[in-house]
Structures are given as structure tokens and as C-alpha cells.
Ligand binder design. Sequence first.
Ligand code: HEC
Ligand code: HEC
Length: 202
Amino acid sequence: MRKNKASLLAVLLWGVAGGLVIVGNSSAADPVTPRMLSYACAGCHGTNGVSAGPAIPTIAGIDADYFVSAMQGYKKDEWASTVMGRLAKNYSDDQIIAMGKFFAKQQFVPADQVVDSEKAALGKSLHRQHCEKCHENDGASSEGTGVLAGQWMPYLHAALHDYISGMRPMSKNMEAKIDAVLKEHKKAGIEALVHFYGSKSH
Ligand code: HEC
Ligand code: HEC
């Protein structure tokens, strides 16, 4: 694999040096575009980052800075992961920045999923009380965070489980809010929040 990639790159660079256009319609000055890199993600995250779910998050419309912290977190094994830890190590820091800009520009499409409206109603009030300060617009904003509103619910469950079990670091402020929800409502509070985000089709 590695070797093939390296020799493909060598051929591409040789082509550039010789002024030859050898790969389809891609620009010779920038042989490996972020879109080309994103093809390696499409099998799981869907075309242009819109995931067919359910445990794989949609990354279209993701905040570019958050994307970089996620990929670096996986790369350094600081964020819990099933597959991303292994995958992220294949990309340079520059490639990660370029991919972040690419995915940030793609259109987020909310997941089509079944929600329990009673749970979602409790989740709405918990969100407004504890989470809205950082996850603005009912979780639709993604400045410095992932998109929660319209995200796949099984993924949100897994992410929250990783935080609560200490496998993924979170800020002290977020931890205090999650603790407050758990103290008052136990796991049902987390479940309610997930249904609230799942119910959003922003
Ligand atoms: C084999 C399936 C698979 C492939 C291929 C894959 N991902 Fe992932 N990705 C996942 C899963 C599953 C998660 C959740 C974390 C985990 O368990 O690894 C995830 C999580 C993420 C997240 C975190 C999103 C968030 O909201 O926090 C980002 C960013 C991401 N992937 C980027 C990428 C990029 C970029 C590529 C291509 C270079 C890629 N992934 C390829 C399965 C995949
Ligand atoms: C003080 C600000 C703050 C508060 C309050 C906060 N969060 Fe977060 N949240 C963040 C940041 C920053 C991130 C991205 C951080 C990371 O993991 O590096 C994040 C990430 C997340 C993620 C993971 C998103 C993904 O795509 O993987 C979930 C889920 C989440 N928060 C849920 C909540 C819930 C539920 C609450 C309320 C109980 C809450 N947060 C309160 C700041 C906050």
C-alpha cells in the first residue's frame, strides 16, 4: 500500500516536472487535492462527508478547527476510537488542515432517524439549561465543536459514553454540565439529550 502510494506520487511529480498532465482532469500544480483525499473517507462517512449512519458521524459542515483537533486527537491516541486512531496516522498535518477546509465547505444533511418525542422534549430543556452556552442554536452551531443537531444518535451515544467513561478528554466546564444532568436524571438525561439532537432537522 505505502509503497504504491509513494511510487504514484513520484510518477505524479515526474509528470509535473515534465509538464505532462497524466491524471484525468486534476490540476498538475496540485496533484493530490483534498477532494481526492476525501475519497478514502467516503466508504464510511459517505460522499462529501454525509454519513449513511448510524455509528459513523456526518462530517460535512464540520468546523475546520474542530476537525483538526479531532484528527490530531485520534492521531495521538488521545481520543477514544474504533478505527480513526489507525486511519489518522496516515495523514500529515498539512493534509489534515486541507481536509478540514474541504469538509467544512460541504453541506450538512441531518440524519433521517426515529426519535421519541417525550424524551426529545426533556432533552430540549436539559440542553437549553446546560449545553446551549457552548453548543449554540440547539446544537446546530459547530464552532469549536462537532455538529450535534441532526447528527446520528448512535454516534452521539458513543461519543457521550467515551466522555463519561473518561476515554475522551472534555473541558472541566462541559464535565460539570454532564455531571449535573447525570446527577438529576441519571442515564435517562443523556438519552433525552441524544433524542433531542436526533429530532433536529436544521
Ligand atoms: C472504516 C470507517 C471509517 C473511515 C474509512 C473513516 N472514518 Fe472517520 N470515523 C469513523 C468512526 C467509526 C468514527 C467515530 C470514532 C471511531 O470510533 O473511530 C469516525 C469519526 C471521525 C471524525 C470525528 C467527527 C466528530 O464529530 O467528532 C472525523 C473528523 C473523521 N472521522 C474524519 C475522517 C476522515 C477525514 C477520513 C478519511 C481520511 C475518515 N474519517 C475515514 C469511521 C471511519
Ligand atoms: C463549556 C462549553 C461546553 C459545554 C457547557 C458543553 N459542551 Fe459539549 N463540547 C464542547 C467542546 C469544546 C466540544 C469539542 C471538544 C472536544 O472533544 O475536544 C464538545 C463536544 C461535545 C460532543 C461531541 C461532538 C462530536 O461530534 O463528537 C458532544 C456529544 C457534546 N459536546 C455534548 C454536550 C452536552 C450534552 C452538553 C450539556 C450537558 C455539553 N456538551 C456541554 C464544549 C461544551
